[in-house]
Design a protein around this ligand. Structure first.
Ligand SMILES: Cc1ncc(COP(=O)(O)O)c(C=O)c1O
Length: 445
């Protein structure tokens, strides 16, 4: 099981959650319900223990700056007006279930968008609309995996990918995307981790949590690996047009050609409509090779009847209407300036390092120098929350072995981010002073 990281006990979140509930035994005592054993391997700390601690502090009257979730609506962003109108104008048509793969017009809009991008043979029949990309990640892995099948996942990953692999009886095998390599994958490492059980390679591009955007030549090498080994490529491209300073985005499907490829996108991020729960998956590659998988996706889609219908009416407007994300990412735009605030704050700090995010909604800084001595990202995040009222996500939440990173979202106003980094620096300066004191005492002893 090469690359499978052992998980520390703090990750058994369902037990933590139980402890957080006000539980009282009833008069008739029933046997304790057993839950699925493999849940003990699953983690989603973005909404986990630290977020619960934040709620406790808020309930006690503390005001916090919460940077844990990439939720545009929570930071004052609105879905564009033409998308809202498309939903409102069609609400009277939104009562019935749709086809399990989605409304024909929405699927045609997605297929047309993919055809312009160069996805081969993109047609409405090969499009699946889901309740967010989240549902489609789960559904597609359920369609693919038998117990013990392996999925190559990036480390760091977006942790739902690991969770869904595990809960569909698969085995996550991680390939590293390290800061000293610009958080890019190494195709040689991917190839070295293949076994007879490998079924798919997952790419998150642009990447959450690192903000990396993968170059074409790198993607071509990964496509070649999938082609040689009969693997499915799974491309999570939910951040596909959130790009800064001219960073390119190369969609995977056009490079994959006949190689089976599932490309995922949605309304949550680029179109700032997370709560509408709309995502899509486009299947490309040789129709004969992908036929069984297509049927499995359709069957699993049918079992959950259909995706949320009102939001599906916004898909055409989102993909073929006005581009509202580019101005936010251009100089002077809110996301661009937020990213600049983070880059400048890190540059001014003596305790942090950052691979500047080229894309997406996050920065993933690393703690360096004296503050990094004996550093534990969880303990740091808890201290930052308790002492400075700032909630970040520890880097180890993203299935990495390192303990010296943390993730912030770029969604707050730039000034809020500057304030956040001033508070982070205060905590790190205290830690650096403590480490220096301990070193001095050690030298004297
Ligand atoms: C990489 C990645 N994939 C998928 C999702 C889930 O998106 P959705 O809201 O479409 O379920 C997220 C959400 O943050 C994400 O960051």
């Amino acid at each position: 099981m090469a690359g499978f990281y052992p998980r520390p006990p703090t990750q058994r979140l369902h037990f933590d959650r139980l402890a957080a509930l006000p539980l009282r035994r009833t008069a008739v005592s029933a046997p304790i319900l057993k839950t699925r054993t493999r849940l003990s391997e699953v983690r989603y700390e973005i909404r986990g223990e630290l977020a619960r601690r934040a709620r406790e502090l808020e309930a006690a009257g503390r005001s916090l700056i919460k940077l844990n979730i990439g939720n545009p609506g929570a930071f004052g962003f609105r879905a564009p007006a033409h998308l809202q109108q498309a939903v409102a104008g069609n609400i009277a048509q939104a009562d019935p279930y749709t086809h399990q793969q989605g409304l024909p017009a929405a699927r045609e809009a997605i297929a047309a968008f993919h055809r312009t991008r160069g996805t081969p043979n993109a047609s409405p029949e090969r499009v699946f609309v889901g309740n967010g990309v989240s549902e489609l990640i789960d559904l597609s892995l359920r369609a693919l995996l038998d117990p013990g099948d392996e999925v190559l996942l990036p480390s760091p990953d977006y942790p739902l990918w690991s969770a869904a692999t595990i809960l569909n009886d698969g085995v996550p095998v991680y390939y590293g995307c390290r800061p000293d390599h610009g958080f890019l994958p190494d195709p040689d490492e991917i190839e070295a981790k293949l076994t007879a059980r490998t079924r798919a390679i997952v790419l998150i591009n642009p990447n959450n949590p690192t903000g990396a955007s993968y170059p074409r030549a790198l993607l071509e090498r990964i496509v070649a690996i999938a082609a040689r080994n009969g693997l499915l490529l799974m491309a999570d491209e939910i951040y596909d047009s959130i790009l800064y300073d001219g960073a390119p985005f190369q969609p995977l499907a056009p490079l994959a050609g006949d190689v089976p490829c599932l490309s995922l996108g949605g309304l949550s991020k680029v179109h700032r409509a997370c709560g509408w729960r709309i995502g899509w998956a486009v299947l490309s590659g040789d129709p004969v090779a992908t036929g069984g998988f297509h049927h499995a996706m359709d069957l699993l889609g049918a079992l959950r009847l259909c995706a949320n219908v009102p939001g599906q009416f916004a898909i055409g407007a989102a993909l073929h209407g006005e581009d509202t994300i580019a101005p936010l990412c251009a100089p002077g735009g809110r996301l661009h300036e937020a990213r600049r605030a983070v880059i400048e704050s890190v540059a001014a700090s003596g305790h942090l390092e950052l691979v500047a995010p080229a894309a997406a909604l996050y920065a993933f800084p690393r703690v360096v120098g004296a503050a990094a001595e004996g550093f534990d990202d969880h303990a740091f995040a808890l201290e930052l929350l308790d002492s400075e009222g700032v909630l970040v996500v520890p880097g180890s939440s993203f299935n990495v072995t390192w303990r010296d990173h943390f993730r912030v979202t770029l969604l707050p106003e730039p000034d809020v981010l500057r304030e956040v980094f001033a508070r982070i620096d205060r905590v790190l300066a205290r830690r650096a002073a403590t480490a220096a004191g301990a070193r001095r005492r050690g030298a004297v002893a």
